[in-house]
Design a binder for this molecule. Structure first.
Ligand SMILES: Nc1ncnc2c1ncn2[C@@H]1O[C@H](COP(=O)(O)OP(=O)(O)OP(=O)(O)O)[C@@H](O)[C@H]1O
Ligand code: SF4
Ligand SMILES: [Mg+2]
Length: 380
């Protein structure tokens, strides 16, 4: 991360004639100018911070690039940098909300963490064990202990199996229950998620969107997991049903001491459920902090813009709307320096922003933000 990457990205900037950073006579690198304003690049990053003893999941510098091939010989011409250096941890029993616009890499991050996609580089530790080098036995255990709930559970439910049979399949595959014990467990699981045992004989198409999501949650719970990655679990639901499913997830968390990585683009939902929030932009986390710190004092201009569109619950409080200019740039060709610079509204934005990759630095009290114009200590 950070300054070294900043130098790497200056090489990207070399193609951009507006930003020469190599001496044309000697060919030597011209040192970066110091960032202007009050900024300071020396804050510690999440990679410098020792994860807490109760961390269930630790993600270090995770990258997932999808290669782009072109032409008759299928030449490798570039990469979609869907996840580009993600570092964070999840404590046992906490919920971290992962937010960001469509295409910023949330789903790819979730899937790569659970080895549903092969990582390009980086490390993930689940309960202290390295996920990417797990043998079959440990991977099998991981598949039990860490579950994934999808936005559209319908697509992950076999339309030809009744809901009861779908749950039985999970119980059988993981050798958790058979026969009458499985039947009892199926009824119990359906009741835990607010359905009834009789629903087990029905097929997925006979359920509403909210009920299907409850079935998806029941299926995840069947294996008694520790971690659930919830990927936009309520985005496709009506607002009233969203609240019911969110309340259910919270009740289940209390009852079964679950840990959630809650992926969403709706910041109101994330505020409701999260203990901490991580904001992603073009494959990177650009801000991460306790929920209240993020919502009351967003530091990164991108977070400020996202939050400006969220209505404030407190009476008398109103946020000034910051309209994000333009679309999210392509992760196959991200901007040099700060990836947000083409859209940034910060009054101190200058040429440095297109040269220096801002490290995700602790701006005070464990509030990390990736902006060279936000001084250290801003969050204190
Ligand atoms: N299998 C794949 N091959 C190539 N590119 C991919 C693949 N999967 C995802 N991508 C690209 O990676 C980037 C991140 O996609 P991802 O689905 O992780 O984003 P997201 O934040 O989950 O978006 P959304 O909010 O729309 O679900 C996108 O540019 C996407 O097109
Ligand atoms: S463009 Fe500059 S001011 Fe804007 S977020 Fe990036 S580093 Fe901060
Ligand atoms: Mg997604």
């Amino acid at each position: 991360m950070s300054i070294i990457e900043g130098q790497a990205s200056r090489r990207v900037a070399q193609g951009d004639r507006a930003l020469p950073d190599v001496d044309p006579l000697s060919g030597a690198d011209i040192p970066l100018p110091p960032p202007k304003g009050d900024s300071d690049l020396r804050g510690s990053t999440p990679d410098d911070v020792e994860p807490p003893a109760d961390a269930l999941l630790v993600v270090r510098d995770l990258k997932k690039y999808f290669p782009i091939h072109k032409g008759f010989f299928s030449r490798h011409v570039g990469d979609v940098k869907a996840v580009d250096g993600l570092s964070f941890f999840l404590r046992k029993g906490e919920t971290v909300g992962l937010v960001g616009e469509s295409g910023c890499g949330k789903t790819t991050a979730g899937r790569t963490i659970l080895r549903m996609e092969e990582a390009t580089s980086g490390e993930v530790l689940f309960d202290g064990k390295k996920v990417f080098t797990m043998d079959r036995h440990d991977l099998r255990r991981l598949r039990r202990r860490a579950q994934y709930v999808f936005q559209d559970p319908f697509s992950s439910l076999n339309p030809r199996l009744t809901v009861g049979d779908a749950l039985r399949e999970v119980l059988t595959v993981h050798r958790l229950a058979r026969g009458d014990a499985a039947q009892r467990r199926i009824g119990e699981l359906l009741e835990i998620v607010g359905l009834s045992a009789e629903h087990g004989v029905r097929y997925p198409h006979e359920f509403s969107g909210g009920q299907r999501q409850r079935i998806g949650i029941a299926r995840a719970l069947a294996v008694e997991p520790d971690l659930i990655i919830c990927d936009e679990p309520v985005s496709a639901l009506d607002v009233s049903v969203q609240a019911q499913v969110i309340n259910l997830l919270q009740d289940l968390q209390d009852e079964f001491h679950l840990t959630y990585l809650f992926i969403a683009h709706d910041l109101s939902v994330v505020e409701h459920i999260s203990d901490r929030v991580a904001v992603m932009y073009l494959g990177r986390i650009v801000e991460i902090a306790d929920r209240d710190d993020i919502y009351r004092n967003p530091l990164m201009p991108y977070t400020q813009a996202l939050l400006s569109a969220v209505p404030v619950a407190r009476p008398g409080h109103k946020r000034e709307r910051i309209v994000l200019r333009g679309d999210v740039p392509s992760p196959a060709n991200p901007p040099s320096g700060c990836p947000f610079h083409p859209r940034c509204h910060h009054p101190l934005k200058d040429a440095d922003c297109a040269k220096i990759v801002p490290p995700l630095a602790d701006k005070g009290g464990g509030h990390f933000a990736a902006c060279i114009k936000v001084p250290l200590g801003s969050a204190d």
